[in-house]
Design a protein around this ligand. Structure first.
Ligand code: PLP
Length: 406
């Protein structure tokens, strides 16, 4: 055998291909229907003007011998690492230095690659439902056993639903790696300061490492919800954090992210910061110079205001979706600090039954919750990444559809 047998165990990524297939079939049968897509996890608004200006300037630099940039520094350009340290951390009163920040090409790759720093026997815990990348990247590494049709036999699932207010309980069995995501994809819920304090204390007691994904942190409003795990005392000895420009500033096509690996994070006498630098230097040659300049522009006065306006645009859509559900008597979470709204399907319908009914009777596409893990069964996700006009039309159709369900 010369191939990695763990790949064969991973179920096909059935969710989005099945969604696409069902929508394609519906549109073929109903060519007149105007289908509204609220299933999307991708942004729809164009790049902010300040970002586009920075891109143009950087392209011009690349055109002149005096300012041309080839390979960049392995962990990213100092100008961007400094801008992130100031704009994302010092602004919160949190001390993260530029040399603890690594620039990447997306939180998908960063959060998938991080497991390479850990042993084959490290035990993994994820919330359920979950962003599938955490699970599949560990499956490929052979760390979570085999898939029994519903679950990975060697993975600790931490169920999150309305019975525990979407707050994962500490794992019953010991684990070494814990993936947390706040604001969460898919549920749109957030972890409070008390929740995070509990996790940091657990990790400090057990030696576990928390892998904290804040891809949606720009959607947090107000000061009550932590924007970084390093707002919690002692987290710099137990946590790695992943941030992304994708949802914050519309970089899903440009690609830029950052990973914080604190200097104080050590296990087995080894610095994880040094390990990640080694890993990145070996396998990654950097995010393009022009993209890093574009990301830097989101921290200037104009860029900051422009990307904030886009986030607020999506948040208004999210609020409307949530309010429409609640007005129809469907309890929903998310949509407050998140572009996603999550709910239990009405009348005990399963995720795919609700998907089909919503598509056929309201011509709205959403995402079946079961695709995000066993506890997602019977749940559904709607997304705010669409135009205000399409979201308003969808809200009207959704209200009428829910009224027919009674
Ligand atoms: N983390 C979460 C929770 C996400 O939902 C996504 C994208 O949907 C990502 C990370 C990946 O983002 P990026 O575009 O930075 O790879």
């Amino acid at each position: 055998m010369i191939t990695n047998q763990h790949f064969g165990e991973i179920p096909q990524s059935y969710l989005f291909s099945e969604v696409a297939e069902r929508v394609r079939r519906f549109e073929t049968q109903h060519p007149e229907a105007r289908v509204l897509r609220l299933g999307i996890g991708d942004v729809t608004r164009p790049l902010a003007p300040a970002v586009v200006e920075a891109l143009h300037r950087a392209v011009d630099e690349q055109a002149a011998a005096a300012s041309f940039q080839g390979y960049g520094p392995e962990a990213g350009y100092g100008f961007l690492r400094e801008a992130i340290a100031a704009g994302e951390y010092a602004a919160l009163g949190v001390d993260v230095s530029a040399d603890e920040i690594f620039i990447g090409d997306g939180s998908k790759s960063d959060s998938a690659n991080i497991q390479e720093l850990f042993s084959e026997t490290a035990r993994v815990a994820v919330t359920d439902p979950v962003y599938p990348v955490y699970v599949d990247s560990n499956a490929m590494a052979g760390r979570i056993g085999s898939f029994d049709g519903e679950r990975w036999t060697g993975l600790t699932y931490m169920p999150c639903d309305d019975t525990n207010e979407y707050r994962p309980a500490l794992p019953a069995k010991p684990v070494e790696l814990i993936y947390l995501c706040s604001p969460n994809n898919p549920t749109g819920t957030t972890l409070s300061r008390d929740d995070l304090t509990k996790w940091v204390e657990y990790a400090r007691e057990t030696g576990a490492v928390i892998l904290f994904d804040v891809a949606y942190r720009a959607f947090i409003t107000g000061d009550d919800v932590p924007r970084s795990i390093y707002e919690i005392e002692g987290a710099d000895e137990v946590a790695i954090e992943f941030g992304s420009f994708s949802k914050t500033a519309g970089f899903t096509g440009l690609r830029c992210s950052w990973t914080v690996v604190p200097r104080n994070l050590r296990r087995d006498g080894v610095s994880l910061n040094a390990m990640w630098l080694r890993r990145q230097s070996t396998k990654f040659n950097g995010t393009p110079y022009i993209v890093q300049r574009a990301a830097e522009a989101t921290y200037g006065a104009a860029g900051r205001a422009q990307v904030q306006a886009d986030v607020e645009y999506y948040l208004a859509n999210a609020r409307l979706i949530r309010e429409t559900l609640e007005a129809a008597g469907v309890a929903a979470v998310g949509g407050e600090h998140s572009p996603y709204v999550w709910f239990r399907c009405p009348r005990g319908m399963d995720s795919w039954e609700f998907f089909d009914a919503l598509l056929e009777r309201a011509q709205i596409v959403g995402t079946p919750g079961v695709g995000f893990g066993p506890t997602g069964a019977g749940h559904f996700r709607l997304s705010a990444f669409n135009t205000a006009e399409a979201t308003q039309e969808a809200a009207g159709r959704l209200a009428s559809f829910l009224a027919t369900l009674g």
